[in-house]
Design a binder for this molecule. Sequence first.
Ligand code: NAP
Length: 182
Amino acid sequence: MATKEVSLIAASCRNNGIGFKGTLPWRLKREMAYFTKVTSEVRDDSKRNAVIMGRKTWQAIPSKYRPLANRINVVLSKTITQKPDGCDFLFADLQQALNSMLENEHVENIFIIGGEQIYREAIANDLCRNIFLTRIDADYECDAFFPQFDENIYKQTQNTFVSADTDEENGVKYKLCLYARK
Ligand SMILES: NC(=O)c1ccc[n+]([C@@H]2O[C@H](COP(=O)([O-])OP(=O)(O)OC[C@H]3O[C@@H](n4cnc5c(N)ncnc54)[C@H](OP(=O)(O)O)[C@@H]3O)[C@@H](O)[C@H]2O)c1
């Protein structure tokens, strides 16, 4: 990524499920490490990436991992007015959050990290250039889902962030897909 880019990153199972009862339906350690690598890696060590998330996703992160280390944590909420402990920025509007992070000289790239409500809004936003989507080849009970998207607008492309784009953990196979806006 040559200039500051906005990307979505998510993992979904066979029915496009991403969450259940406010948490992740699966436990895949290497997939989580991949999320950490993609969202944390910077070319310029004086900068960090911003991760933008809905209030429920923030609350879903276990407190010992919150805020997400080495990243600028941005929470979206229309109801809370006090910045949650540990987060860097609170916004009541996705576009405001994006504009602010695009203008912030300390930010290298921007990742929208969920959940469903935020993905739905972000995927339709022209600023969003890439979708990092881990497709998990298994069924889980879910109550939050990744939105359908037009693969003519977001075209699948080679994922150069990984040496192999398939993996398997605990008998669960998954593919680390990358889609880029045409
Ligand atoms: N598999 C994955 O990759 C992945 C990634 C992330 C999350 N998840 C899962 O997804 C689930 C959470 O998703 P969710 O859709 O229920 O919640 P969410 O998108 O994380 O958070 C929703 C909340 O964000 C705020 N919000 C939403 N749109 C906003 C906007 N445009 N401007 C300002 N604030 C806005 C509202 O907060 P207020 O109510 O405070 O106004 C809303 O209630 C959990 O199960 C989580 O584990 C999965």
